[in-house]
Design a protein around this ligand. Sequence first.
Ligand SMILES: [Zn+2]
Length: 527
Amino acid sequence: MFLTACAATSESTAGDSPRLTFIHVNDTYRVGAVEDGKLGGFGRAVTMIREIQAEGREVRVLHGGDLLYPSLESQLWNGLQMVEALNYIDALAPVYFVAGNHEFDRRTPEHLVDALKQSQFDWLGDNYQLNTGDAAVDGLLRSNFTIAYKDKTIGIFSLTSHVDDGGNSRDYLNVDKDYLVVAEQAIENFESQGVDLIIGLTHLYMATDLQVAKLRQEHPTLAFVVGGHDHEPEFSEQTEDSAAVMKGASNARAIWRIDVEFDEAGAGQIDVHMLNLGEGVAIDADYDKINQKWRARLLELYPFLEAKVGEAAFPMDATEETTRSRETAWGNFIVDQMLRAFGEPAADFAFINSGTLRIDDYIADDITFEDIGRTFGFSSYLRYMTISGAEFRQVMEAGYRGAGGSQGYFPQIAGFRVCVDRSRDVGSRIVSMQIPVADGWQEVDAEKEYTLVVPDFLYRGGDGYQLPKDRPASRPGSELKYLVLDAIVRAQAEGRSIGTVVDPGKQRIEIHEDPVAQCFRGNALGG
Ligand SMILES: [Zn+2]
């Protein structure tokens, strides 16, 4: 019922061959489910694990990273709520975990140390080491990791992101960026031990996973690579030249089932299915006790969490995949509040990196305190500054670097509109940048001085934005979360709902993949 078939690479089954299944999940930030409990969550994954075990199969779980942060709960408990949830799964079916970039969100290591100490599941790390000051904890990271099942041995190597590829730079963390070199060393090491099957467990961009998967050309025991970091499912099938590559959807909305069989010659064969965890899959009642316990603790601290503060005009897509690749109604509403964060007159420009917006869910019907709390996984203090038109244009170029797709640095903007041509060289992709004037729109004047409101994180150079440091700038002041709350409460008092549909003809952000003859064609006032 909930199987969307993907790839069956082999039907062969030797009689007494191990009946082994891997379940893969990645990017899980919630103890419970998402979309008002209707989608995903460990509770549904547990139900699937029990069903597969009932088929007489041994289940092992792979987690592709991003667990401890960010979330409303991790601001209170630093991810220990997620450790408890994953410990529950580990007791049911052993869990192997690679750290994602978000495991290193804190600048100091003490909370990570607590998380490692409380983890009953294995933390794997082949291209990174910890230097937390607690040698026993650093030693918990397992490299060249193998598991035994019946007469077979399976090797699992693991890779996490370097700071250049969306990882975190921390004093207590050392990441080797030569992913392919590390992977091949681990594979050769496994081969010398005679392992029967090799798995890659990663938290990398898909493009890198596909390169890792190609190591199968030389190393046919590399069967599949499963990863995280992306929040929507990815799949690349197994061929002679490439291992299979799979990523699930965040918060276990979609997970992968990988059945492993060994043929007569002892070669591992895989049979792969994606499992969509929707309302058709029950939430395991025993697991749900953990969810209920943490929910009760949260409501004890914030009894008002479920209270309505306003209403959404329509279901606003605030999933990461959408927020990080295009202008969104929820993003526009939020950034609009920044323009007046420092009073009147309003600033000319405001923007945030979409990585600031963490809810990864829809905002629909009643807007609650919880929606706001989940949107802002971090505190975001704003700065007010002056900047020339030329400088601002250069700053914004950073938002349109790269090949596109879902990127945390992708900007949500207010006060201006921008037209981008991605076929141009990085650093000169902005074709037009305009501000509204009485009778339409006007190009941003390179020489003119403008005012800008940005999060302190970006002011300090976060996500690759280089703001000029020789300009008058305020101290970090107004907190974005409360500005947004205030605006919603005000709208509610005035009987207004929240959200304006992003009209494809009147976009703030217009992105072209090819050279563009005329920007903003769709806009009646367009220039
Ligand atoms: Zn990540």
